[in-house]
Design a protein around this ligand. Structure first.
Ligand SMILES: Nc1ncnc2c1ncn2[C@@H]1O[C@H](COP(=O)(O)OP(=O)(O)OP(=O)(O)O)[C@@H](O)[C@H]1O
Ligand SMILES: [Mg+2]
Length: 248
């Protein structure tokens, strides 16, 4: 699979009088996972939507592997799981997940294995209305992974997922997207999750979002939850918290 880098060059965005994204520039290496953290309302989802090509920046450009986001979307190489999982209410969980592959015009592969991975096996034939919020989020995560995207954008994907399932998914999902060489941007409110899952943490200021810290996560070995007990992990988390506090 092609590895795609993400290049944001001076992107800006305002909604009416509200400046949401200050000039924001960053290059995210192909195949890396980058976490975006910042206070609520600072512009994280807006940045993700711009990278996805769902919103147009007022200024600046976004390139994914040198192409505009829509080019990747058209070839089915871009997938997202957003804060509010938008599942089709008339389709079963299985059919909603398979839709991720249908839209990308790719073979669905082993849908049931992915359903099992996100812990929804006994709900595969249920409709979204019969699921809890966290279960809907897990279905949306599975839908974003089914097409083996080159660029994967995750906006608080585990926000409504219970603590134990979140811990399990934090360990089991990243190896899946890493082994496929996907370039991942993950928005999370959990500093621990940001450090555990990523190669790099970008800390954003309160609105309008600008980059206040760029912290490489140089943790070797498998990213298991027990890493959180190490001194190195604690030091990285402290750096992220310090950057968040500094700009608050
Ligand atoms: N379509 C829109 N129209 C008007 N204002 C918007 C729109 N989308 C976002 N905003 C505003 O832009 C700002 C940033 O919103 P955004 O959703 O990007 O924040 P966020 O960092 O993702 O917050 P959270 O952590 O709470 O999800 C907010 O003030 C929000 O009200
Ligand atoms: Mg958001």
């Amino acid at each position: 699979m092609a590895c795609v880098d993400i290049h944001c060059d001076n992107i800006t965005k305002r909604f009416g009088a509200t400046e949401v994204v200050a000039p924001f520039s960053v290059t995210l290496a192909a195949g890396h996972t980058t976490a975006l953290v910042g206070p609520s309302g600072c512009g994280k989802s807006t940045i993700l939507r711009i990278i996805a090509g769902l919103d147009t920046p007022d200024g600046g450009t976004v390139a994914l592997g040198g192409d505009p986001p829509k080019t990747l979307a058209k070839r089915g190489a871009l997938a997202m799981a957003f804060q509010d999982p938008s599942l089709l209410p008339w389709r079963s969980v299985r059919a909603n997940i398979a839709l991720g592959a249908e839209l990308a015009r790719k073979p669905a592969g082993d849908v049931d294995a992915l359903i099992d991975l996100v812990g929804l096996s006994s709900f595969a034939d249920h409709r979204p209305a019969e699921l809890s919020g966290g279960m809907r989020q897990r279905a949306a995560i599975a839908r974003s992974l089914i097409s083996a995207p080159e660029v994967l954008l995750l906006d608080e994907p585990f926000g409504a997922v219970d603590a134990m399932t979140r811990r399990r998914l934090n360990e089991e999902l990243p190896p899946l997207w890493r082994s496929r060489g996907a370039t991942v941007v993950l928005v999370t409110h959990s500093v621990q999750e940001a450090v555990l899952l990523s190669d790099r943490v970008l800390v954003l200021s309160p609105r309008p979002a600008r980059l206040v810290a760029d912290i490489p996560v140089d943790l070797s070995g498998p990213r298991e939850n027990t890493l959180a007990q190490t001194d190195k992990f604690a030091a990285l988390s402290r750096r992220v918290f310090a950057a968040l506090e500094e700009c608050a």
